[in-house]
Design a protein around this ligand. Structure first.
Ligand code: GDP
Ligand code: ZN
Length: 295
C-alpha cells in the first residue's frame, strides 16, 4: 500500500475515479472516518489516498479554492459565461446572475459573446465598457465560423473550465470548434472509467487543452434558479470593493442615506445595469428565503 495524491475526475455510485499525480488511475472509495464528518466530495477535488494497485481509499480531501454547487465541482479556474450577441438577445440580468454565481463562489469568470456576426452596431463596446473595468475579460467569438477562438483558448488552456449560459447561445458549437479532439480524448478516458449513458448524474472533468472542461448533466446549464449566496452583494465585485464605505454597516444599498454604492451609481462609477441586477437578485434571494421558511 502506498500513499498518493491526485484529483477526482469523476464520481459515480459511491466510487471516485482519481487521476493520481503519478499518472495512475485509481478507483476509490471513501474511508469511513471521512464519511462520518458530513463531508462534501466533488469532481475536481484534490485528495489523499491509500492505494493498493489501481484501487484506493480516499483518506483526506485537500483544501479547495472554490466549490460550485450545481454542478457540484471543486477547484474551478474559469467560468466561461457564454451569451449570444443576438438570437437569443442577451439580458444584463442573466449575465450578472451567472457572473454573481461565479463571484460568490470565488471563481474567476470570462464573458464570451458568441454570434458576433449578429451583433448590433456598438454592442461589443457597450458590454466591454461595463465588464472589462470590473476585471472580466470580454471576448467576442463566432463559433459557427470558428472566429475569435484563439484568444479564448489562450485564456482557458491548462485550466479547469465550466461553461455556462442559456441554451441556444452556441455552447455546443463553440466546444466542437474549440477542440475537435475533445470527443477523442473523452473516448480515452471513457475506456478507462466507463463513461456511458448511466453516468450523467454527476459532473465530470473531460481533458481539454492541457486542462479540463466540466461536463454536466444538462451540459452548460448552470442552475440559476437557486442562486447560492447569503447576500447578493457577494456576487458583485464593485460592491465588495466599496464594503464599509456606506454610513450604515449592513447597508443594503437600497433605501439607506449616505450609501457609497448609490453615490457611485449616480456618479457613473458603477454601471446602472449592474446596480439594477443587484437589486433584482437581492429580491430573488429574499423570495427564495421566504419560500424556504414556509416549506
Ligand atoms: P447551445 O444550446 O448553447 O449548446 O447552442 P448550440 O451550439 O446548439 O447553437 C444554437 C444555434 O446557434 C445553432 O443553430 C447554431 O448553429 C447557432 N450558432 C452557433 N454559433 C453561431 C455563430 O457564431 N453565429 C450564428 N449566427 N449562429 C451560431
Ligand atoms: Zn450602501
Amino acid at each position: 500500500m502506498s500513499q498518493q495524491t491526485g484529483r477526482i475526475i469523476k464520481t459515480y455510485n459511491g466510487y471516485y475515479y482519481v487521476l493520481g499525480d503519478n499518472g495512475t488511475w485509481y478507483t476509490c472509495k471513501v474511508r469511513g472516518r471521512l464519511k462520518q464528518k458530513r463531508f462534501v466530495i466533488a469532481a475536481g477535488d484534490r485528495v489523499e489516498l491509500d492505494a493498493a494497485g489501481e484501487e484506493g481509499m480516499i483518506t483526506e480531501i485537500l483544501p479547495r479554492r472554490n466549490l460550485l454547487q450545481r454542478p457540484l465541482v471543486a477547484n474551478v479556474d474559469w467560468l466561461a459565461a457564454v451569451f449570444a450577441c443576438a438570437d437569443p438577445d442577451p439580458s444584463f440580468l442573466l449575465i450578472d446572475k451567472l457572473l454573481a454565481l461565479a463571484e460568490a463562489a470565488n471563481i474567476p469568470a470570462v464573458l464570451v459573446l458568441n454570434k458576433a456576426d449578429l451583433a448590433p452596431e456598438g454592442f461589443f463596446d457597450r458590454l466591454e465598457a461595463v465588464y472589462a473595468p470590473l476585471g472580466y475579460p470580454v471576448l467576442q467569438v463566432e463559433a459557427k465560423n470558428g472566429k475569435g477562438l484563439d484568444a479564448l483558448l489562450e485564456k482557458i488552456s491548462d485550466s479547469t473550465v465550466v461553461f455556462g449560459g442559456p441554451s441556444g447561445v452556441g455552447k455546443s458549437t463553440l466546444l466542437n470548434h474549440l477542440n475537435p479532439e475533445l470527443s477523442l480524448k473523452t473516448g480515452q478516458v471513457s475506456a478507462k472509467i466507463g463513461r456511458g449513458r448511466h453516468t450523467t448524474r454527476f459532473a465530470e472533468l473531460l481533458p481539454f487543452q492541457g486542462g479540463y472542461i466540466v461536463d454536466t448533466p444538462g451540459f452548460g446549464n448552470i442552475d440559476l434558479a437557486e442562486l447560492v449566496m447569503d447576500d447578493a452583494a457577494q456576487g458583485f465585485r464593485e460592491l465588495k470593493a466599496r464594503a464599509g464605505q456606506c454610513r450604515f454597516s449592513g447597508c443594503t444599498h437600497t433605501h439607506e442615506p449616505d450609501c457609497a454604492v448609490k453615490a457611485a451609481v449616480a456618479a457613473g462609477e458603477i454601471a446602472a445595469s449592474r446596480y439594477e441586477s443587484y437589486c433584482m437578485i437581492r429580491q430573488e434571494l429574499a423570495a427564495q428565503k421566504k419560500r424556504g421558511q414556509k416549506s
